[in-house]
Design a protein around this ligand. Sequence first.
Ligand SMILES: [Zn+2]
Length: 110
Amino acid sequence: MRWKERKGLRKKVASERIKELLKLSEINKNDEILSRNSIKTAVAISRRHKIRIPYRFKRKYCKKCFIFFIPNETVRIRIGKGKITFTCLKCGNIKRIPYIKEKKIKKENK
Ligand SMILES: [Zn+2]
């Protein structure tokens, strides 16, 4: 019981830390090294504690090289038939997100 409580608290602390790091990377998005390090640390924490990265941040960084996505600078965003394509201009990683899913999630958040 006690252990479980502590585990819950640890997870809470970890998820707060993730949010902080992601915010930090957003603030320092023009500093490639700093923002990349913040994202890397956030992803490492999320993996260690099995916590998901908040949805609104999921499309904001490159999963491969951890760069913060700045449209036309570090990422190229194309909206096609029912999907959005993110091309990382740093490592060339391509990420496609279905557009319909996006609408659904927005509804759920209301
Ligand atoms: Zn990349």
